[in-house]
Design a binder for this molecule. Structure first.
Ligand SMILES: [Zn+2]
Length: 134
């Protein structure tokens, strides 16, 4: 059974308990890495400047503490493998909904319409809890 490494555990600990519950279950089935949880202002500003996020601090869900957003990728990481990212996201969303009745929004399908070709800004590792933003 796969297990999270030290960095993944540390990142996961900065996230909302619901995200922790979901991904502690996901890791039992699919090996994956938590690349980011909470994000401070310095890091958010940097990613904004690099065009990797559309949101300025403190408007991102990663900026909350605990974080309502999490970036997770299947391991080993292949950024070019869109199909694998999509398969992983479907598994995560199904698990979250089926086991915990939580709707997650995924960065490969922001409008959550189950179409991925209409997604204008791809952020494949990104999952966030849809409700209770503030
Ligand atoms: Zn993210």
């Amino acid at each position: 059974m796969p297990r999270f490494g030290t960095r993944s555990k540390r990142n996961l600990a900065t996230c909302d308990k619901r995200l922790q519950r979901i991904f502690n279950e996901v890791i039992k089935h699919v090996d994956c890495s938590v690349i980011e949880g909470h994000r401070d202002q310095q890091r958010q500003d940097k990613l904004y400047d690099e065009g990797k996020t559309k949101l300025k601090y403190p408007n991102g869900r990663h900026n909350l503490s605990p974080s309502l957003a999490i970036d997770v990728v299947p391991y080993p990481i292949d950024w070019k493998d869109r199909e694998r990212m999509t398969l992983f996201a479907g598994f995560v969303k199904g698990l979250a909904k089926g086991m915990y009745n939580i709707d997650l929004r995924w960065g490969g399908d922001w409008d959550s319409d189950f179409h991925v070709q209409d997604n204008r800004f791809d952020d494949f590792p990104h999952f966030e809890i849809k409700e209770n933003k503030w």
